[in-house]
Design a binder for this molecule. Structure first.
Ligand code: G
Ligand code: G
Ligand code: MN
Length: 446
């Protein structure tokens, strides 16, 4: 096997990788050490890279080189046509050593990857399988690794090693304990991202986005633990924690003379609990934040489970003076009829329509129509995923009310947000565009 350390372009192709796995399986039959196959999906903060783009090529090159330098010469690194990166380990003693190697590889990918115009932090997910216990054919081994990669994409831990069902049960129980512990022992922390009035380019509110500082796995983004929190019911105490902490922070900003509102995301499970309106009322009372300064973001799908009941809960909370926004608008199977029946005051257009608004005609037509629909129903319209000045201008032209996105500011921790909010308005654009140019990872999750 050739050493590709200095030349990432000579890495194995799909066919070569498969061949090498086959050869390794053949020779491993006669020896004790095992062979492992790892598949890496390279995401940027939970989002897949754009295939075949310049940035994905740059990321693949750097990742391959870093992986190469952390592996033995006899191991193989391949950039596969799917965009995944495949790694073949020729000799591991078992799952424990495999886990060790995976953690070492994750560590060497933790540093941001410098590209031509910015640097990118990737959040890799890994699926892995071991031979002979998880299969003796190339096909079985790759299939198991692929399935585990899919599992890792929605799990807390960034990697998944193929396991028997009983082992899986144990690890799920263990994760439940860890997340429960995280909620009570301050491993969760909050980041805040501003929403900006597009006409005046002024901050109007802050969306609260939770993160988990895991003692072993580093920062875990919500896409990786909220589905788990929902499955296990931990979403209920987690949301209450988020509400309480962000209201306390909001109060602290008010005490500093910074007049801000916050927006907290709710999951559909939150809306199923009868206690929610009472809990919100108590939290507002305890923190002394006025209800007008709290907005709750809900998704269309969370309403559809039991519309009558959800509408009742929403109305109770609305009567406290708290407002609602429909999040990720345009991605669910919206029933416009419900839009008129719900006590909502705002819709947030999903970022998937905004990210390519400057190049894709369909997206821009959809965005313009949603803005008109919202306005005709008397709703405020916010665009998410405003990443550049062009999108900002187009949305201004469409009379969109507010924007949110990296162009203005990444999600950042409270201290950085205080600084951002304290800057005189004229400096806000300057400061944010500088931030944007450098892709400043003020948010530890980036
Ligand atoms: O911050 P961003 O990367 O990665 O968030 C990813 C997803 O997680 C978004 O859909 C966001 O709505 C959701 N999310 C972030 N914080 C919370 C939270 O406190 N509660 C709930 N239910 N969802 C959240
Ligand atoms: O709750 P919601 O699904 O709206 O969460 C917003 C998500 O969008 C968070 O994960 C946040 O980190 C992410 N985000 C915020 N601004 C941008 C942006 O400009 N571009 C992209 N791609 N994502 C963004
Ligand atoms: Mn949201």
């Amino acid at each position: 096997m050739h050493d590709t350390r200095s030349d990432p372009n000579s890495l194995s192709s799909d066919a070569e990788f498969t061949l090498q796995v086959r050869q390794a399986l053949l020779s491993a039959k006669h020896t004790i050490p095992k062979v492992a196959v790892l598949l890496f999906a390279l995401d940027n903060d939970g989002n897949a890279l754009v295939p075949h783009s310049e940035s994905s090529r740059g990321v693949h090159n750097s990742v391959s080189m870093r992986l190469r330098s952390a592996l033995r010469d006899s191991d193989t690194v391949a950039v596969l046509s799917s965009g995944q990166v495949g790694v073949l380990l020729q000799s591991v003693s078992g799952a424990q050593e495999l886990e060790h190697v995976i953690n070492r590889l994750l560590l060497c990918l933790a540093e941001p990857i410098p590209l031509a115009d910015r640097s990118l932090v990737i959040t890799p997910r890994i699926g892995a399988a071991l031979a002979p216990e998880h299969g003796e054919s190339v096909h079985d081994l790759l299939e198991h690794a692929q399935k585990d990669l899919a599992k890792a994409k929605t799990a807390i831990q960034p990697y998944s090693i193929h396991l028997s069902p009983t082992q899986n049960l144990v690890s799920s129980r263990q994760w439940m304990g860890e997340l429960r512990q995280a909620i009570v022992s301050d491993q969760l922390f909050l980041t805040y991202q501003p929403k900006v009035n597009l006409r005046h380019q002024e901050v109007t509110g802050l969306e609260v986005l939770v993160r988990w500082q895991h003692p072993k796995h580093g920062i875990v983004v919500p896409d990786h633990f909220i589905p788990f929190a929902e499955r296990t019911g931990l979403i209920i105490p987690m949301t209450l924690w988020v509400l309480q902490q962000s209201l306390l922070q909001c109060r602290a900003w008010h005490d500093l003379g910074l007049d801000v509102s916050i927006a907290v995301n709710l999951s559909m499970w939150n809306l199923e609990t009868q206690e929610l309106p009472g809990q919100i009322a108590a939290l507002l009372r305890d923190t002394g934040v006025s209800p007008e300064n709290l907005e709750l973001e809900i998704t269309e799908s969370s309403i559809m489970s039991d519309p009558q009941r959800v509408i009742r809960t929403l109305s109770q909370i609305r009567s406290l003076g708290v407002r609602f926004a429909i999040d990720d608008f345009g991605t669910g199977y919206s029933s416009f009829a419900y839009l008129t029946k719900l006590p909502v005051s705002c819709i947030k257009i999903d970022k998937s329509f905004i990210l390519n608004i400057d190049t894709d005609r369909d997206s821009s037509v959809i965005v313009r129509s949603i803005i008109d629909l919202g306005h005709n129903l008397g709703l405020k319209v916010v665009a998410e995923g405003v990443e550049n000045a062009r999108a900002n201008e187009i949305l201004q032209g469409f009379q969109c009310d507010e924007g949110q996105g990296y162009h203005f500011c990444c999600p950042v921790v409270a201290e950085a947000m205080t600084e951002f909010l304290s800057a005189p308005p004229s400096a806000v654009t300057e400061q944010t565009s500088k931030k944007n140019e450098n892709w400043q990872p003020l948010d530890p999750a980036h």
